[in-house]
Design a protein around this ligand. Structure first.
Ligand SMILES: Cc1cc2nc3c(=O)[nH]c(=O)nc-3n(C[C@H](O)[C@H](O)[C@H](O)COP(=O)(O)OP(=O)(O)OC[C@H]3O[C@@H](n4cnc5c(N)ncnc54)[C@H](O)[C@@H]3O)c2cc1C
Length: 451
């Protein structure tokens, strides 16, 4: 495996150490260097770019660049941006971060220790005053869904199928069934058909698809691939290789309906049943993980409840637009550069979601030193997802009696992450009389029209 070390050879101490060289980590590295910090970017693969390298379809960068780029094109732009900072950013590829430790008793420069195994420099132990977690997410596999039968060759995740076809130029199957209607599965259904495979159908246990509506239309409908809702795969048949699978309809409680079983001949089962933020490296007992996102709780600067520890991109919460991944990386890098120089005095205001919302990011807001006027004019992005599909709904974000944001929406669904903005100065004022910000999503029903 090749190793790429850009800038100087690894030192021992950095202002910012970033784990993960995908779009989030690259944006964080560039932003940190822009604000004058010394940065070390650690990537376990032999190239920067993260998962984007295998996403060869277009549609990336609409928000950041106002262009429809492919994944590799998007990654290439950020890779060049990182390179443009020269020796300010040390990039270690083929370098695996195996352990991190937090030392609040040590000086600000040595708050974090990261143990790394590298192809070029062996084992390294680097210290840093801030640490940014940008490890992305991983796919849930067939082990995380209940299916009877053996596990012969031919069962793979949609991401593995994507890697085989787009990176290695290998066809993983001739006739397959896809379990789960997540976006990667939908994109792979189209890709497999374009490469000459037959996709018998996509099977989804829930009563609505997990992927974006536009992917249902562009990847399934346009290619006449059937989507079977409230149906799941119950058994795999075959010893050496998948020979067939059994599907079965389920009721509203997702229980199998006897007598609805059907056996489908195929040589592969492709699983697309969701993504989990990759945070296994986190072992601090003080870290707060949000059970809905699987990532740490953060403030508007992407800083966790441990000062100096940041999280961004899909390691924080699974984003459907890479542009928001880069935005969160940039925020983390910028603020880490400021924190690494001087701890900024702060107090925090908690944020809570209610009504038809699963979660919101950030979890709390750090109010800066009120003397620091430049930071109080800042707009804070608030990302959120609804719990269930709704045709008409209204989001109100308020702190006490002050309404910080109000908007009516049509056709919201859980796969689509949304973004609102609130003003930091309005929060700072309102928080003088209330300690809590509430995000309330109210369904308006059919009778209340959108104005
Ligand atoms: C299989 C798959 C396919 C996807 N396809 C699409 C798509 O088609 N369209 C779309 O919009 N979004 C897609 N996504 C979502 C996509 O992940 C995000 O849009 C975006 O790439 C996330 O950026 P990131 O930097 O947070 O994570 P990633 O791009 O996943 O980058 C994280 C990086 O961290 C590295 N890393 C992790 N742990 C360590 C460690 N311990 N030490 C060193 N390095 C480490 C990884 O090797 C990786 O390079 C896909 C996701 C997956 C998992």
């Amino acid at each position: 495996m090749g190793t790429e070390t850009v800038g100087r050879q690894p030192g021992k101490q950095y202002d910012i150490l970033i784990i993960g060289g995908g779009p989030a980590g690259m944006a964080a590295a560039a932003a940190g260097a822009e604000y004058g910090a010394s940065v070390c970017l650690i990537e376990r693969n032999n190239k920067l770019g993260g998962i984007l390298k295998q996403c060869i379809h277009d549609g990336f960068g609409i928000v950041q660049f106002n262009e429809r780029l492919t994944g590799p094109e998007y990654a290439y732009r950020y890779r060049n941006l990182v390179k443009s900072y020269g020796s300010k950013v040390t990039v270690l590829t083929s370098a695996y971060a195996s352990k991190i430790s937090y030392h609040p008793e040590k000086s600000a420069a040595d708050l974090f220790t990261t143990e790394i195994i590298t192809a070029q420099n062996g084992a390294l132990c680097l210290t840093s005053s801030t640490l940014i977690l940008a490890m992305g997410c991983r796919e849930k596999s067939d082990r995380q869904v209940f299916i009877h039968g053996d596990r012969p060759a031919g069962i793979l995740t949609a991401g593995q199928a994507q890697y085989f076809i787009n990176i290695q130029g290998l066809m993983p199957c001739k006739r397959c069934v896809i379990l789960g209607s997540g976006d990667i599965g939908l994109i792979m259904a189209r890709r497999l058909v374009l490469e000459g495979a037959e996709v018998e159908g996509v099977y989804e246990i829930r009563n609505e698809p997990s992927g974006l509506k536009r992917n249902i239309v562009q990847c399934l409908d346009d290619f006449s691939i059937p989507l079977h809702l409230q149906t799941t795969v119950t058994e795999v048949h075959g010893r050496e290789r998948v020979e067939s699978i059994t599907v079965c309809k389920v009721d509203d409680d997702q229980k199998e309906i006897p007598g609805t079983e059907r056996t489908i001949e195929c040589d592969s089962l492709i699983v697309s049943v969701g993504l989990i933020p990759e945070n296994d490296i986190l072992s601090f007992s003080q870290i707060f993980l949000d059970p809905h996102t699987g990532g740490p709780e953060v403030d508007q600067n992407m800083q966790t409840r441990i000062p100096g520890l940041f999280s961004c991109g899909n390691a924080l919460h699974v984003c459907d637009l890479v542009d928001y991944v880069s935005e969160s990386g940039e925020t983390a890098g910028t603020y880490a550069a400021k924190v690494s120089r001087k701890q900024i005095p702060y107090r925090t205001v908690e944020i809570q979601s209610s009504g038809n919302l699963v979660y919101q990011i950030p979890h709390f807001i750090t109010l800066p030193d009120i003397q620091n006027k430049s930071s109080t004019i800042m707009k804070i992005p608030v990302y959120f997802r609804v719990a269930k599909s709704t045709e008409k709904a209204e989001l109100v974000i308020r702190c006490g009696n002050t309404v910080l944001f109000r908007k009516r929406y049509s056709n919201l669904s859980p796969p689509e992450m949304k973004r609102a903005e609130i003003s930091l100065s309005a929060v700072a004022k309102a928080a003088l009389s209330s300690p809590l910000i509430e995000c309330i999503m109210t369904d308006l029903g059919d009778t209340d029209g959108l104005r």
